[in-house]
Design a protein around this ligand. Structure first.
Ligand SMILES: Nc1ncnc2c1ncn2[C@@H]1O[C@H](COP(=O)(O)OP(=O)(O)OP(=O)(O)O)[C@@H](O)[C@H]1O
Length: 115
């Protein structure tokens, strides 16, 4: 499990977006030995903890040359003050990330479109 601080550091504070999908935004991350793709799952998903854990268990077991490897994940909850009905309230901000090996050959979409 990776900490939110590590996720922020490897993505240089989410400075380079590389794509968007149905589940969130994907950012470029840099490790000492290469690049990674960090998927920030949308907070609008309302995903249960169990669903997230099931997803990780499934991805961890998927070991195939045609499937990008899951390298790590992060589940982080931070307290944040927000204004609600004119008063500040403390809300939990849950953030979840999946960290994958970087696929250098681009998106399959572009190959299919070109076909
Ligand atoms: N491992 C990766 N390496 C390089 N680029 C990636 C990687 N994962 C995602 N991307 C980029 O981010 C984009 C969005 O990816 P994402 O997996 O979120 O969505 P998707 O493939 O459209 O499918 P879905 O949202 O349905 O899972 C991709 O089209 C690709 O450009």
């Amino acid at each position: 499990m990776l900490s939110f601080t590590v996720i922020k550091s490897i993505t240089k504070n989410f400075s380079k977006e590389i794509g968007r999908g149905g589940f969130g935004v994907v950012y470029l991350g840099a490790l000492r030995n290469g690049m990674v793709a960090v998927k920030m799952l949308s907070t609008l998903l309302d995903m249960e903890d169990k669903q997230f854990v099931d997803e990780i268990n499934c991805l961890i077991r998927a070991k195939h040359k045609n499937i990008v490897r899951l390298l790590g994940y992060c589940a982080d909850t931070q307290g944040e003050m927000m204004k609600f009905n004119g008063r500040y309230v403390l809300v939990d901000r849950r953030q979840r990330f999946l960290c994958f090996e970087y696929a250098h050959n681009g998106s399959l979409d572009s190959y299919l479109e070109g076909a």
